[in-house]
Unconditional design. Sequence first.
Length: 224
Amino acid sequence: MRILVTGASRGIGRELCLFFSQLGHEVLAVARSEEPLRRLAEENLNIEAWPMDINQWQELADRLGERYSHLDLLVHNAAAFINKPFREVALEDMQQVYHTNVYVPYFLTQALLPLLKEGSQVLAISSVGGQGGSMKFPGLSVYSSSKGALNILVECLATELGEEGIIVNGLALGSSATEMFKAAFPDMEAASSPEEMAKFIGNFAIQSPGLVQGKVYSVSSSNP
């Protein structure tokens, strides 16, 4: 498979690239952090570094289109995070988080449609905090609501793209020992490692085609 992973320079994104590359898949690793991304590609077979800002989705799609005719799997892993009390949140805070967490998955998928063929997959990495009925935490109203929007977007895109044979699903992750989790919950121990979570995501992507469409599954043994 030819797989594009956003937010690939660290955490779950990095581990997901390693998981797929070790299975022999062709991985296009996208992130803004150029140096760690290049090291990842130099030290591992099957990984190609694409140091770009995903907020410039059309530029990324154009450059990919010049090189490739198709993508088998698009993983929207990159995310913006803010932990700030509701009373202090500014419009700019919400715009930044929603731009990365909602606008990018929407418009990058749209821009990459020429490369998404029948059988291609789009997989959004969300958060259990964006699931209705899950426990919510002070300071995370912007982040959690953006992930709630992403979850609904998965269902909408599955309806719109399903007629073309494109598979769209999401995984709402619980706690994993990433930098983002440590920033949100500095005094808590995560229930999983990035490696464990990446293995689950990778196996889901490999096994789900033909079986699952338009679903967002919670992947959590705890709350958050």
